[in-house]
Design a protein around this ligand. Structure first.
Ligand SMILES: *Cc1c(COP(=O)(O)O)cnc(C)c1O
Length: 385
């Protein structure tokens, strides 16, 4: 087994979902409406956490749907035993369409072309296909333009082979508290719902809120919310929350060698980080191939022996070095890149900020060769890999 592993705490995942649900329920309590359902976003290998175990845990916890980026991701979930409804966000290629039917997936219809392709495929099979319609309210990615719906949507709504069961949009600026586009997109989505009702669409599952919108504005919740990052226990920067969220993933490795460096000597590629005093460095078998970003070289930190220590020298493909001068470190000692050790914590937001990136990117780029160890119950050793 390799030294570098990601621990994935499914009890934390369930607790984060429960925390979100209590927020949703608290707001609904004062109204006649039921609390919004949760669509658990598990695209990109469940943000690097491992798609199948995460999806199955969310399914067991009763989420209304799961959502992923493309058909291949959805098929992998089905092959892993997931039976919940799966919404596919992405655009559909022609070759994908068989799997939509074979695996009972819910595609997104986001263009007239996609609608025609799905209608033709459903008609050939003599079936009626459930789908969600995506409206582009200003992000200018996928979706029917909000200002064109009376022209573009009647053929979709009239097609006998399609049954529209959901309607959604996606916010471009939910995590930017000052940005006016958030309100504009909400108003456009409200108008889109009115237009669709006037075109004869009955009640369908309306959803819009990503994690940031879940935290920021109950008016965006509609019938279901669509969080990703939040379920993994990470708050979208720069937002803050009082919800009790716990990071699901921690990333750790072990020291494989410790050595002394003499004054004037550099470390690793480029021989950067030359020092003017003797130092001790620990070599850790985790590099940018494992998702430890190259930009962490001479910038990032790790936890060793309960202390924060700097990453010194460049990050290599398969290893990096940390400065452990003055600490009593030996091969085999644990190194934490994301997570807790003793009283110290490094969270993924901190790592992302350190290199000018975002937590979403860091999580989903965790390398394929990192072992994901599933922890189902933090209170015991009950694990399986
Ligand atoms: C990724 C994604 C989400 C979840 O976003 P988070 O910021 O991780 O909560 C929701 N909806 C769509 C369409 C997405 O692509």
């Amino acid at each position: 087994m390799r030294h570098t592993e990601a621990l994935v705490d499914l009890a934390a995942l369930r607790a984060n979902l429960a925390a979100l649900r209590s927020l949703l329920a608290a707001e609904a309590a004062g109204t006649a409406r039921p609390a919004p359902a949760v669509i658990g976003v598990v695209k990109a290998n469940a943000y690097g956490h491992g798609a199948v175990p995460v999806a199955r845990a969310l399914e067991d916890a009763g989420v209304a749907m799961l959502a992923c980026a493309d058909i291949d991701e959805a098929v992998a979930l089905r092959e892993g035993g997931v039976r919940a409804s799966i919404l596919v966000f992405g655009a559909l290629g022609i070759s994908d369409l068989d799997a939509v039917f074979a695996h009972d997936l819910t595609p997104t219809v986001s263009s007239p072309w996609a609608a025609r392709a799905l209608v033709a495929a459903a008609e050939r099979r003599g079936v009626v296909l459930d789908c969600h319609v995506k409206v582009d309210t200003g992000m200018n990615r996928l979706g029917f333009r909000h200002d064109n719906l009376r022209r573009t949507l009647p053929p979709v709504l009239e097609a006998r082979a399609l049954r529209v069961t959901g309607l959604y949009t996606h916010f471009a600026t939910a995590d930017e508290p000052e940005h006016p586009a958030f309100e504009v997109q909400q108003a456009r989505f409200a108008e889109a719902r009115r237009v669709l009702a006037s075109l004869g669409l009955g009640p369908v599952l309306c959803h819009a809120a990503n994690s940031a919108a879940c935290l920021r504005d109950g008016r965006t919740w509609f019938d279901a919310v669509r969080p990703g990052l939040l379920l993994y226990g990470v708050v979208p920067p720069p937002l803050a929350t009082t919800l009790p969220l716990t990071p699901v993933l921690s990333l750790r490795s072990r020291v494989v060698a410790v050595k002394g460096i003499r004054p004037g000597e550099g470390i690793g590629y480029g021989l950067t980080a030359a020092a003017d005093a003797p130092r001790a460095v620990a070599v850790v078998p985790a590099g940018y191939a494992d998702g430890l970003d190259w930009r962490l070289g001479n910038r990032g930190v790790a936890l060793v022996r309960g202390r924060r220590v700097p990453i010194v020298g460049r990050v290599s493909m398969d290893s990096l070095t940390v400065d452990v001068t003055g600490l009593d470190v030996s091969p085999g000692d644990e190194v934490v890149f994301i997570g807790r050790q003793g009283d110290e914590v490094i969270d993924v937001r901190e790592v992302a900020a350190c290199i000018g990136s975002i937590p979403w990117e860091l999580l989903c780029r965790l390398g394929a060769r990192i072992e994901r160890t599933i922890v189902r119950d933090t209170s015991s050793a009950g694990r399986d890999a």
